[in-house]
Design a protein around this ligand. Sequence first.
Ligand SMILES: [Zn+2]
Length: 316
Amino acid sequence: MVARNKVQFQKGLSEADFEERYGTEEKCRAVIFRSRWPDGFECPVCGGRTHSEVKTRGLFQCSACRRQTSLTAGTIFASTHVPLQLWFRAMYHLTQSKQGISSIELGRRLGVKQTTAWKIKHKLKQVMMERDATKQLSGRVELDDAYVGGERSGGKRGRGAPGKTPFVAAVETTPEGKPVRLKLRRVASFCSHSISMFAKRSLDPTCDVVSDGLACFGAVTSAGCAHQVLKTGSGAAAARTPAFKWVNTALGNIKAAITGTYRAIHEKHVPRYLAEFEYRFNRRYDLAAMIPRLTWAALRTTPMPYRFLKLPDVYA
Ligand SMILES: [Zn+2]
């Protein structure tokens, strides 16, 4: 019997609790106001703190410079003509389900077109990606290679197989091997150059990296990390090696989610999907807090039209 796991049996945010907190446009506006201006209104033009409200238009007018500002101006929430309630519902589905949600399903749940759901979802994923982009792992790190859209065992390793997007999975663990944080990064290929770039951006130089000896992983030493090779064999034998327990568990969950939820992911979108898994995994002990935290990050992420969404600089 599998031991009961703190994460799996966590309650998360029930639909009733969600309704209580975010169930009306007014509640969502109040949440956004507090998250955007925790110390009270601040004029984005002159920094003035006193304001009046133009209730009929939902605008705030600065008493000093008279400029009118909407609650969501200059944030990702401003760009669609979708009510805030639907943005919060999208955040609910994106953060509270372990598997993620397809844009078709999200569109159905929100009552919007699939294309609208897709844009909302990818903007939120972008927020997740930018939020964690520059954070580095430290301590003991399990490193493994994987592909979106393919099986590792039996397939070609190293230079990659056609139609598959290679990525690196790194799990920071405690010295006893308990998982702490996850990092998933698309790489151009499994070569020393790509791994060196990945390590310099994503790993603190004090990391003790454990890998199964794929030649390119030795390149983590170029970022100052220590590297230990544990030969595991391949396939099922590798999955049973205790040193790689968590990286294998994480990869298993990602593959299950991708095959269960999405039929295919275009290569250019892969980093955003990986970022979504990474974001959820790294905040798994407090599911209910994920919505306010994502709201906070969303209000501080530079908005851009969907077609201009791009990868943060730290991505290869
Ligand atoms: Zn002002």
